[in-house]
Design a protein around this ligand. Structure first.
Ligand code: NA7
Length: 536
């Protein structure tokens, strides 16, 4: 990269979102580059190489929808593809559309400062190189800043240890190893279920259990793939009609509207069906009203009891502090059955908290556990963490991380006042985090692309959302929070992370109005000459 090379658009991040945005901008003949911190493309699917990492969305509902040719060429091998397959897919897309030559790898952005006199962003990379761009587009991920636990002694450990996000590219020997896993979120659950029968011994440190449910994955044979290829229009149409952009949408009935027998039958069916139906395909009020939620939680609790042989252990694996679906539901394959193995042990951190990590293991208040390998599945500084890591500075020296200290404030989840010529694709308060990611990013990217065409058409050099429009958006985002039980539960959705200072209260950082309403809002703003945004 040459010194201070000038671009019309810089996209930061070559993950699912950045790849698609690049494709769309090149189509418009825009002078664009993508800066990627990793050594290659893929974002989430590049970094998360831990055993068991895979989709919870049906593979064919996660695929890009923009090219029929691509859809017809690509064969998915499983209904819920594993990380290596997804990474291969993203590479295939980049190669097919000649995108790679417009990407620059090992380029971690340290700072982006808006220069008002020239109306450009000055972007400085970690290695000191710089470039400039009229428009800055962030596609930096919502779960791309891993957080280690705030436990003493982590660096003292002499064995192997890493956060799941930093799972090494080189094979990690598991056979016969004494392994500790800290964390039982969606990631921990995938890892634990996958490695339980591969390691010597496995100790799981659990602070709060999650409600997990079967993924029901399976291979896709050739005939089924032919059927899927013939049905893409219907698949994407279905996704466009559900609040989460998944193949699963809520049943319009309420729990009380059906007989107990009907309800049980339906819930059995949901529990035994593939994917997120068990979470998102339920009666409408299960995720909104305590009483309905309690009934479903009791049903799932019994399922857990039926799968874990030791009744006391089963109780420890059943969440007591929140109802089903009010945190992210980890989908699993034999997760609960793993606890029936003799080489696995659950340490309940509520009974025996971790005191520290030592040279050769983890010390709790009751004993010292020796390990060869410690896996930190301890989550992320979600949604705003990746923004906080970059010094994003507006024209008056104002910093984004200061503005968003108490939680993000945006217009449409795509722009933010005080930071002209910037769009936060897949950003906070947009629909992507609460949706099947590619479906939502296609909406956001298509909107941003049309917006950039509009700027060019009108020869506008500068745009910035108005404060009033932003305040209205915040109210709209907040209104979504009133409806859902999940906003009353502490999780990364709602901005809590015990390992990040200050993240101990509710943050309005996700859009809960549903993908349909989000799309509608985007459309309205575009059709009204981008009302709420100032141009010059
Ligand atoms: P999550 O869902 O944030 O899970 C992190 C887990 O780590 C969770 O069980 C935490 O317990 C646990 N944790 C975090 N810090 C500590 C400390 N200090 N001590 C003990 N346990 C700790 O992250 P994931 O990576 O699993 O999932 C993130 C998303 O990625 C997921 O939803 C998918 O969409 C993909 P806690 O529950 O906070 O008590």
């Amino acid at each position: 990269m040459q010194e201070s090379k000038r671009y019309e658009v810089v996209v930061v991040g070559a993950g699912v979102c950045g790849i698609y945005q690049l494709y769309r901008l090149l189509e418009q003949g825009i002078n664009v580059t993508v800066l990627e911190a990793g050594a290659d493309l893929g974002g989430t699917w590049y970094w998360n190489r831990y055993p068991g990492a895979r989709f919870d969305s049906e593979s064919y509902s996660y695929a890009y929808s923009f090219s029929d040719e691509l859809l017809q060429e690509w064969d998915w091998s499983e209904h819920f593809a594993s990380q290596p397959e997804t990474l291969r897919y993203l590479n295939y897309v980049a190669d097919k559309f000649d995108l790679r030559e417009h990407m620059q790898f090992d380029c971690r952005v340290n700072s982006a400062v808006f220069d008002e006199s020239e109306c450009i962003w000055k972007v400085i990379l970690e290695d000191g190189r710089s470039l400039t761009s009229n428009i800055l587009l962030t596609a930096i991920g919502m779960l791309s800043t891993p957080t280690l636990p705030n436990i003493e002694g982590i660096s003292a450990f002499q064995g192997e240890s890493f956060h799941t996000y930093h799972w090494p590219k080189e094979p990690v020997e598991l056979q016969g190893k004494r392994v500790g896993v800290i964390g039982t979120g969606a990631t921990g659950v995938q890892v634990i279920a996958d490695i339980a029968d591969k390691v010597g011994s496995l100790t799981v440190f659990q602070r709060r259990p999650n409600w997990c449910a079967p993924l029901k994955n399976g291979p896709i044979d050739a005939a089924t793939m032919v059927e899927i290829k013939a049905s893409y229009d219907e698949i994407f149409e279905k996704c466009r009609t559900t609040p989460g952009g998944f193949l699963h949408g809520p049943d319009p009935r309420h729990v009380e509207e059906v007989t107990e027998e009907e309800r049980k039958e339906f819930w059995e069916e949901l529990y035994n069906s593939p994917g997120f139906g068990v979470w998102l395909g339920n009666y409408r009020n299960v995720l909104m009203e305590d009483a309905a939620n309690a009934q479903y939680s009791a049903f799932i609790a019994d399922k857990i009891r039926s799968r874990v042989l030791d009744p006391q252990l089963a109780e420890k694996l059943i969440p007591k502090d929140h109802g089903f679906g009010t945190r992210r539901v980890p989908l699993e394959t034999n997760y609960y059955e793993a606890y029936n193995r003799s080489n696995i042990r659950l340490v309940d951190l509520n009974e025996t908290p971790i005191e520290r990590v030592t040279e050769n293991g983890v010390r709790t208040t009751s004993e010292h556990h020796e390990f060869d390998l410690i896996i930190y599945a301890t989550g992320f500084d979600a949604i705003t963490g990746a923004f906080d890591k970059i010094n994003i500075e507006g024209p008056r020296g104002n910093k984004l991380r200061d503005k968003w200290q108490e939680g993000p404030v945006t217009f449409l989840g795509l722009q933010t006042h005080g930071f002209p010529n910037m769009m936060t694709l897949a950003g906070p308060q947009g629909a992507s985090v609460s949706s099947n990611f590619p479906r939502a990013i296609e909406d956001a990217v298509d909107w941003a692309t049309a917006f950039i065409s509009y700027l060019r058409e009108h020869q506008y050099q500068r745009f910035e959302p108005e404060e009033a429009a932003e305040a209205d958006w915040l109210e709209h985002v907040k209104a979504g929070y009133d409806m859902m039980l999940l906003t009353k539960t502490k999780s990364w959705f709602t901005g809590y992370n015990s390992n990040v200072e200050g993240h101990d209260k509710l943050r309005y950082q996700i859009y809960l109005g549903g993908a349909l309403q989000y799309r509608e809002r985007l459309r309205e703003v575009a059709e009204n000459d981008y009302t709420g945004i100032s141009f010059s």
